[in-house]
Design a protein around this ligand. Structure first.
Ligand code: FAD
Length: 341
């Protein structure tokens, strides 16, 4: 009989499990039932009592590794915690969220347990045994994997399933002791850009893509980069949308052309950029060429604004193409959003 362990960790508040952890819990509950496996859930955090109640209704055995050393992500303490949880559960299968905290420790934990780890898992299914799906070669080749090696660790991509919703009630937990190695790293805090400076927001409902058209000469023969910046930032501030870009726009900084200062290569979407996951996407001043649109693979509802009725988006790549001036459209959209607020 398989023994399935879900590894989870608390969020920055320390009092709740991360959304990504709860997605892994939902996967664990579903596949423990499908495989007839024994289900255990492990939690890592400074104090795990409050967070453990979000597991009510899973009917799982809940193990916790708690203490000040586990308040912050750190390789040595997190790897020791995950190893101890795997050993206590006797796990043959381990699901964990592909969070920055766990992605860096899980290969090491798998090595310590002479197991095998697969990363970037986007879907799970049950054939004769458990099967895991992931993409290779920048989302062009989809593979379905199964392995005989145990324990088999699967890091589940964030945003690929609905999180577990707890029933009401208290959860009984068992504390697992951990012998910590010498800790050479002291976590003193997190340096991160302020929320309104951060334009890449993986949890956003909408992806807003800006293309090179925003910095091209417009009908009056002039470039309107300052106006473009204010329209784009205005939209991002009111909607909390995530900002994506075409390659042409982010490449311009190297070509001494007018640029949007808040845009970096990190925003680039496409074949040589990112493949973000958002329910909706709005493309503006972007031509919609294949190397760009391939990065929209996981965007469910797509709309585009372009002056050119023959642009790439018009060829079945968007649900709605507005043949219009994006400067005018976005000014109107921002005005309507401001009225609503
Ligand atoms: C190997 C390879 C890999 C690549 N990888 C990527 C990638 O990862 N991501 C990526 O994005 N590209 C990638 N590209 C480049 C890609 O092929 C395109 O060149 C690029 O996406 C074009 O960017 P763009 O649409 O913003 O610019 P442009 O092609 O210059 O299009 C600008 C658009 O803006 C429109 N426009 C101008 N003014 C307005 C206005 N006022 N209102 C509305 N519309 C307006 C124009 O009609 C035009 O369609 C790659 C290319 C290669 C060869």
């Amino acid at each position: 009989m398989e023994k399935l362990l879900i590894l989870t960790h608390v969020d920055e508040s320390g009092a709740a499990l991360t959304k990504a952890s709860l997605e892994s819990v939902a996967a664990g509950v579903e596949f423990a039932a499908a495989l007839g496996a024994e289900l255990t859930i492990g939690i890592v955090g400074a104090a795990c009592e409050a967070a453990s109640n979000s597991l009510a209704g899973t009917a799982a055995r809940v193990l916790v590794v708690a203490g000040e050393a586990f308040a912050q992500p750190r390789y040595a303490s997190d790897a020791a915690a995950c190893e101890a949880l795997c050993r206590a559960a006797g796990a043959t299968l381990v699901f964990a969220p592909e969070s920055s905290r766990f992605v860096r420790v899980m290969p090491g934990v798998a090595f310590r347990l002479t197991g095998f780890v697969d990363t970037h898992i986007t879907a799970l299914s049950k054939g004769d045994t458990l099967e895991a799906t992931r993409w290779f070669y920048r989302q062009r080749v989809e593979a379905v994997l199964h392995r005989e090696t145990r324990p088999w660790f699967l890091l589940l991509e964030v945003g690929t399933r609905e999180p577990w919703i707890a029933a009401s009630g208290q959860v009984q937990v068992e504390t697992v002791p951990v012998v910590l190695p010498e800790l050479r790293t002291t976590v003193t805090g997190i340096h991160a850009p302020k929320q309104d400076e951060q334009t890449i927001r993986p949890e956003a409902k909408v992806l807003f893509v800006a293309g090179a058209g925003w910095t091209k000469k417009q009908a009056d023969g002039q470039v309107h980069a300052v106006e473009a910046e204010s329209l784009i930032l205005g939209f991002l501030h009111t909607t909390d949308a995530s900002l994506g870009s075409s390659k042409s726009l982010v490449d311009q900084s190297g070509e001494n052309q007018e640029v949007l200062k808040f845009m970096t290569h990190m925003n680039q979407v496409g074949q040589t950029g990112a493949t973000p996951r958002h329910p909706k996407g709005l493309s503006t001043c972007c031509h919609g060429e294949e190397p760009h649109v391939v990065g929209w693979r996981f965007i469910n509802e797509r709309r585009a604004v372009n002056l050119d009725p023959n642009c790439g988006w018009a060829r079945g790549k968007t649900d709605v193409l507005y043949v219009a001036d994006a400067f005018k459209v976005m000014a109107k959209v921002n005005a309507l959003l401001a009225e609503r607020k």
